[in-house]
Ligand binder design. Structure first.
Ligand code: ASP
Length: 721
């Protein structure tokens, strides 16, 4: 079974060890887990408040104001549960409540009264409430196990711990892998499900610069939006209901309307997604040579096709634009990473270090006994991964992005789950989760565009036809004839779509009521296609899982030896758990003879709008305010202008989108939303030379809500006067 169900499972990630950093060193690199914060010398770096005000395990601190959103971060900025995050983090929610009559995506959305706020159905908002080290439980369960058995044992142990923790009402739990095969932490989150949209700027502000400027500095995007969290009248987390009441956060982050200046100390709290810095060179090569180019090329073709469809009618546009945006974000990020691998020899450096590590092992009899041949063993496990990764990605694209395929998958898996006792069914099929199943089906049908699914299928099959590793895949043979693979794929897909009953919602709902045997008699062609494809692709997924299982213990050894070799410990890679990173507002030199200042201004934004590029089209109101130099109290005297975006040398990655950027006094001065193009490679290695993150200046946010949106209610709620 592919990743479709991952959406409903807990996000399991890597992680770990509690690092001891040499006390007085001032570091810029690092996404420090909570446990490390007390050991950091933040005061010496420039922090003006007590470290305990950031993180205090025995009391309330700034981290209590942080929320984890779907793939993003947000923070509470008012006592009434108001959350500030990025526009791109709410993009899907804004699109979902938009229509031709009320196109909030295009024109913006402002709830001046609480009862005008709209449900952000796709959001969930989680607050970290506790964590504990469960490495022993996990590793005991995995002891002596290899290959996929090891992964299964680890996942089973994780699931058990999660289920136990989730018995507490309102709690969502996750076991996060901090260091592969070594350290596992159980995180508990309070999950608030009733999240509502409060304010979104028009797309031309919230996404100003579009794909032209994505991953680019200088930047002028007003990438912010406001949400609000609600709970049941008794204060417990609950699904959306009209009678729900405001959630009262334990802590809020105060806004500093005066902003920051160049070289100021700042820090970011957030939920960075995934980095790969603790991986060996072979992993990086797998990314550089297989994963990144495959995804980048396939996504580029799908995006340009979807853009054509999106231009055809507004309904398609509202459905496709969130998908296009997600794919385009990844596509450009991967292009940036590939360019980064050419520019910075991270792999070469790792290879050299690994040769030294091998010598280090060889030079010590105890290490020799334990770790001899370690690097070769690791290398061997990457061989099958090099072969099957693109094939698995093909399967992943189908099960993540093709509604047609997902509907086949959902029905097939539902029918097999039906014959199991309730407690053994996948979560989504348990009786208590009927509402979740229904909303998944609703969502799938709402987003369904037959043309998009057909085109996408054609594209991935035509691409596979050009790649040698796909040549022997049985289910694809029917497309590899003397006619173009895209033509074969289109005919096949269309014929299934015309014969199946599953693409009609009423029929789909009725079929769900059939007994599995009755359903089987229908021989539905879409279910048959899913089963055939899934069987084939599962066998490739199993190859990858076996290698991952062996790597789980080998990489634990690798980290152990590396620690001894370097005589120090290191920070766990990002894994969507709460982290702190700190540094300074700082420009840089991304290329020969170029220096980038760390602030952009409204004047710069207006200049871009004269270029004729459609990504730089602006609402006329902005030009008018600029003409009148109507910056109110948000003007920066030094810049003699309104600041728009800020640049800093903090260590961030995807998932840090929407993270609050705080000043030395713990006040909010910006909102993280991106990195510079050359910094996308920092997922593999951070460097002061090229790692720069991008935020929207809080002064631009406040100016927008006051002067452009006229949302004086929000200005007052934020305590700005
Ligand atoms: N813009 C990014 C994202 O999409 C943030 C980052 O990766 O730096 O998550």
């Amino acid at each position: 079974m592919f990743s479709f169900f991952k959406r409903f499972k807990l996000n399991f990630f890597l992680f770990t060890l509690l690092i001891i950093l040499s006390g007085s060193k001032i570091l810029d690199e690092g996404m420090f887990p909570l446990s490390e914060i007390p050991g950091l010398n933040l005061r010496e770096a420039g922090l003006k408040i007590d470290v305990k005000e950031i993180y205090n395990p025995d009391g309330v601190s700034l981290i209590d104001a942080l929320v984890k959103l779907r793939g993003c971060t947000g923070s509470f900025v008012s006592e009434d549960g108001l959350i500030l995050t990025n526009h791109h983090c709410s993009f899907g929610d804004i699109a979902a409540v938009s229509s031709a009559e009320n196109n909030y995506l295009e024109n913006g959305f402002i709830a001046k009264e609480r009862d005008q706020e709209l449900p952000a159905k796709g959001q969930s908002c989680q607050i970290t409430v506790g964590y504990s080290d469960v490495s022993k439980e996990i590793l005991d369960a995995a002891a002596g196990k290899e290959s996929s058995d090891r992964i299964d044992a680890i996942n089973k142990a994780r699931k058990k711990l999660v289920e136990e923790a989730q018995k507490e009402p309102g709690i969502k739990a996750e076991v996060s892998e901090m260091f592969i095969g070594k350290t596992y932490i159980l995180f508990k989150y309070l999950e608030l499900k009733d999240v509502r949209l409060v304010y979104a700027p028009p797309r031309a502000i919230g996404e100003f610069g579009g794909e032209t400027d994505n991953w680019v500095w200088p930047r002028h995007t007003g990438d912010f939006s406001f949400l609000r969290a609600y709970v049941a009248p008794d204060g417990s987390p609950a699904e959306y209901a009209k009678e729900n009441v405001l959630y009262k956060p334990k802590k809020i982050i105060p806004v500093n309307p005066d902003g920051v200046q160049e070289n100021d100390f700042i820090f970011v709290l957030g939920y960075p997604g995934t980095t790969y810095r603790n991986r060996p060179s072979e992993f990086l090569k797998l990314h550089r040579d297989v994963r990144l180019p495959y995804m980048q090329q396939v996504f580029a073709s799908i995006i340009s096709n979807f853009e054509e469809l999106s231009a055809q009618n507004l309904d398609w546009k509202l459905k496709l634009d969130p998908q296009i945006k997600t794919m385009a974000n990844t596509e450009k990020n991967y292009r940036g990473k590939l360019a980064g691998f050419n520019k910075v020899d991270i792999i070469g450096q790792k290879e050299k270090e690994e040769v030294e590590i091998e010598k280090f092992i060889a030079g010590d009899s105890e290490l020799r006994n334990k770790y001899s041949g370690l690097m070769q063993k690791i290398k061997k496990e990457y061989e099958p991964l090099n072969q099957v990764t693109s094939i698995n990605l093909f399967g992943l694209i189908l099960s993540r992005f093709s509604t047609t395929y997902q509907l086949g998958e959902l029905m097939a898996e539902y029918m097999s789950a039906k014959s199991l006792p309730d407690q053994n069914r996948p979560n989504i099929f348990k009786d208590k989760n009927k509402a979740m199943l229904q909303s998944t089906i609703d969502e799938l049908f709402e987003g369904y565009i037959p043309e998009a699914d057909i085109n996408q299928f054609k594209i991935i099959v035509a691409d596979a036809a050009k790649r040698s590793e796909f040549r022997d895949i049985d289910v694809l043979q029917r497309f590899f004839t003397n006619r173009p693979a895209s033509v074969e794929a289109e005919e096949y897909f269309k014929s299934i779509a015309s014969k199946t009953k599953l693409l009609n919602k009423t029929a789909f709902m009725e079929l769900l009521n059939l007994a599995p045997e009755e359903f089987a008699k229908l021989n539905d062609p879409l279910v048959a296609m899913y089963k055939e494809f899934d069987k084939q692709f599962s066998s490739y997924a199993e190859i990858a899982k076996n290698a991952e299982g062996n790597l789980n213990s080998l990489l634990a050894d690798f980290i152990e030896v590396k620690k001894l070799y370097l005589s120090s410990s290191f920070i766990p890679d990002a894994n969507s758990t709460l982290r702190l990173t700190y540094g300074y507002i700082k420009g840089y030199t991304p290329a020969d003879a170029t220096y980038y200042k760390p602030f952009t201004t409204l004047t710069g934004l207006i200049e871009k709008s004269f270029s004729g590029n459609p990504d730089y089209v602006l609402p006329p109101k902005l030009k008018e305010l600029w003409k009148n130099k109507d910056y109110g109290r948000f003007k920066d005297e030094k810049l003699d202008d309104l600041p728009v975006a800020i640049l800093y040398n903090l260590d961030t990655t995807g998932g840090n989108s929407g993270s609050p950027v705080l000043d030395a006094w713990g006040r909010l001065i910006g909102l993280n939303f991106d990195r510079a193009y050359g910094a996308t490679i920092n997922d593999y290695a951070w460097s002061e030379a090229y790692s720069r993150s991008i935020g929207v200046d809080i002064r631009y946010v406040l100016w927008n809500i006051e002067k452009v949106g006229g949302a004086h209610n929000l200005i007052a709620e934020l305590g700005v006067n």
